[in-house]
Design a protein around this ligand. Sequence first.
Ligand code: B12
Ligand code: SF4
Ligand code: SF4
Length: 413
Amino acid sequence: MTAAEQGNPFRSGVGGGVTVSQSSDFPGGEDGRRRATIGTTPVRQPLERIDQRDNAFWRRKHGLVRGAEPAAIPRRAEEQAADGEAGDPLQRIFFGEERRANCLNEQLAGMVDGPCRPEQHGFGSPEVASRHLTEAALFLGADLAGCCELDEGFVYTHVGHESGAASERAGEPVELGHGYAIVLAAEMDYRLISSSPSYIDAAEVGAAYVRVGLAAVSLAAYLRELGWPARAHIVRNEQVLQVPLAVQAGLGELGRNGFLVTARYGPRVRLATVTTNLPLTPAKPVNLGVEAFCRRCLKCADCCPSRSIPAGEPEWVRGAQKWRIEGDDCLAFWGSAPERWGNCNVCIKVCPWNKPDTWWHAWAAAAVRRLPGLTRPLVLLDDLIYGRNPRPRVTFLGYDNRKPSPWVGPKQS
Ligand code: B12
Ligand code: SF4
Ligand code: SF4
């Protein structure tokens, strides 16, 4: 039984970015829980926390996979890289564990926290602190950044990873004790992601994790040098749910695809967070019109090779009304053709919000917000110009997404 099923032992406050709703679209209160929205997502407070061991990455490792023997799910490239078996050297530098000194994300995962300078710098006000840290995050390499209060509903109850770099061990309770967060996003390259599924988009995922991880680790270190406790949450060493925090921090909206859709890059971003106890003023969540667009669009649901994205209505999942993603099926697809791909980004590449940053894309995004009726024509236009499920040929560092990986074969190391 997960911690969520046992009931939430913590109070989850109405933090930054949460609007208490008067709307009759999602009335309630019969269960005594407070109705609100986070961005455009309806929630019932308090939110139910999740145990990190109960997400698709760790469920298999901890034997919690529902309806399947863990061994029946194909091993994905990252998992093989972690055991030093993967043939792909880029996967090894981003996700390998055998030679940790060669793995950038593993190195960064060991740098998420550290000592604090004894003298504390006063910012004057939470507004000034928020502006300063948002600017610092952009300077340190993020493409988007915003602040929010940290709702405990988005902090895992227990650690799921078994990363060599993380000081915590799987099963330990998470005790974060921070009340605020700065959320960072790094753009992923449009062309490389359009090759999905392949080892080319998998490499860009690893590289973007390094970019956003470096920015977050640096920002946390900067805050500690200003005398404020701060911890970065990055791949391989994170204690928070990045997507809802990004929504609260005003970076974008939750899409049907199950993650953040931004105005500028669509869903084509990687996220990292810095938590702290320095008081910050939360940014305002945005309504870009994504949720309304997703109700009519369905491109990600149609094109998902593992059918993990629903074509139907949002459901209540642990206190939030959203589209339910079948994480185990998605992950199984990643491992289904190790000679051809290491993960998948199809739900990013086909999304009409994922387009190069041009004036006509910005115009269409602004227009659809005012006139949701434009959704269908714009989706048809998107199909016409870019294709329903395009897979353009991409070559890169000796890879060709139309051919098996050049690294497949006997163990390379
Ligand atoms: C576990 C995990 C997975 C698992 C399971 C995902 C799932 N939905 O069950 C698998 C392996 C399948 C997966 C796949 C992918 N993932 Co993933 N994943 C994670 C990870 C590490 C933990 C999330 C988690 O615990 N999910 C389990 C439960 C909580 O899932 P859930 O109930 O479906 O809730 C999801 C959303 O609804 C949202 N959410 C949860 N509660 C609430 C409440 C509110 C109010 C709101 C608004 C949102 C929200 O967060 C969850 C995101 O998975 C996060 C990083 C992080 N720490 O957040 C990255 C992360 C969500 N993944 C990411 C991405 C991009 C992907 C993929 C495209 C693969 C890729 N190539 O990168 C696919 C997309 C699959 C999909 N359609 O969701 C990005 C999303 C970036 C963005 N633009 O938002 C993240 C944030 C990684 C990162 N640091 O950038 N992922
Ligand atoms: S990553 Fe691929 S398999 Fe997973 S949900 Fe997205 S499209 Fe489907
Ligand atoms: S592809 Fe369409 S339905 Fe899916 S997230 Fe993007 S806009 Fe929403």
